[in-house]
Design a protein around this ligand. Structure first.
Ligand SMILES: Nc1ncnc2c1ncn2[C@@H]1O[C@H](COP(=O)(O)OP(=O)(O)O)[C@@H](O)[C@H]1O
Ligand SMILES: [Mg+2]
Length: 333
């Protein structure tokens, strides 16, 4: 009865004994049509793909489930393959065709990329027209109010488009990431300098706290800087009073840059979601401007470098965002 059911599932199912195929369902026959009579033949001859064979081998040897995404060379289909070890060297191989899923992802990414690219030009035109008009108008009155509003909203739209563009660039494959040593202390100090005026305008204290002097990270300085800008921007935006501290510290194998604020904090149920695209806490309440893209971009930028990012918060007391990157090996002078 089980075999009868498996005849009808869309996932390709192959049962292996040792390296040989003992049974396979029709979906698997369609995915791997190389042999007329696959039963009894070695897996590699049936699937014609060494990576699937390697996956099965690893599962058999480790007795642990293995999974990988494989693109078949002839058909170009993209498969998500799992190898699950059973008793006595038997193994079950499950293959799901995710070609369409990947295709839709590409379409979505291209759509966002094209859209944000197309919006840029008319937006710049609007902004320019508003600024020209602004120069013609008297310094106060209703007209001034409206024109300022137009300029402000155009600026917000431009921010959103800039973020969308950046996300699209990050989505595109083959983005170049540097892996070079850079001084974390310098980066933190530069950030504090850059945002000092804005912090003062909001009557906030902004300072650096270098716990372990001389720490060096390995990664992409510009991308780390961009990620931290998004984080510091949030800290300054959401914190009403108190301070924002950017700290640098190092452990044996990694460095950490933390941005700590004395703002409203983030409720526990939202904390895990703030790195998602477009996610904002309490979107309905209006609150602060922003597209909800900043932290998702920051996470992307950090993870590209093999780093991690995480958030901790005590509602009512403040938030800490931690960025961790690989540390450069210590070299003797
Ligand atoms: N330092 C912070 N203090 C309080 N809330 C924060 C802080 N940083 C981020 N958040 C919350 O996480 C959400 C997502 O942040 P982000 O992706 O930068 O979007 P945006 O800044 O455009 O709103 C914010 O809308 C806010 O609700
Ligand atoms: Mg933000």
């Amino acid at each position: 009865m089980l075999a009868g059911i498996l005849e009808h599932v869309e996932e390709g199912v192959l049962l292996l004994n040792g390296t040989r195929v003992r049974w396979l369902n029709p979906a698997a026959r369609l995915m791997f049509p190389a042999l007329e009579q696959p039963v009894g033949r070695p897996l590699v001859e049936v699937v014609r793909e060494h990576r699937i064979d390697g996956l099965a081998l690893r599962a058999r040897e480790s007795r642990l489930e293995q999974a990988a995404e494989v693109e078949l060379p002839i058909s170009g289909r993209i498969l998500q393959v799992r190898a699950v070890p059973l008793h006595d060297g038997d193994l079950i191989l499950l293959a799901r065709d995710i070609t369409r899923l990947r295709y839709l992802e590409t379409v979505r990414q291209q759509f966002v990329a094209n859209l944000s690219h197309e919006i840029r030009t008319p937006l710049a035109g609007l902004d320019l027209a508003a600024q020209t008009l602004s120069a013609e108008l008297p310094a106060d009155g209703d007209m001034r109010l409206f024109i300022d509003r137009i300029t402000q909203e155009a600026g917000r739209l431009a921010d959103i488009v800039f973020n969308l563009n950046q996300l699209a660039a990050l989505d595109a494959e083959g983005i170049a990431v540097e892996r070079l040593p850079f001084s974390v202390d310098d980066l933190v100090r530069a950030l504090v300098d850059r945002y000092q005026v804005r912090a003062a305008a909001g009557q906030l204290v902004l300072r650096a706290d270098i716990a372990t002097a001389g720490s060096t990270a390995v990664g992409d300085r510009a991308k780390t800087d961009q990620a931290l800008q998004n984080i510091v921007d949030n800290a300054l935006k959401f914190t009403g009073s108190g301070e924002v501290v950017i700290s640098a510290s190092a452990e044996l194998s990694r460095v950490e840059i933390a941005v700590r604020d004395t703002g409203p904090g983030i409720p526990g149920r939202d904390l895990a979601r703030i790195f998602e695209r477009f996610y904002k806490v309490d979107r309905s309440r209006g609150g602060q401007p922003g597209s909800g893209l900043g932290l998702s971009i920051a996470r992307h930028l950090v993870e590209l470098q093999g780093g991690t990012i995480l958030a901790e918060s005590i509602p009512g007391a403040g938030t800490v965002i931690r960025v961790r990157l690989p540390r450069a090996p210590l070299t003797s002078p």
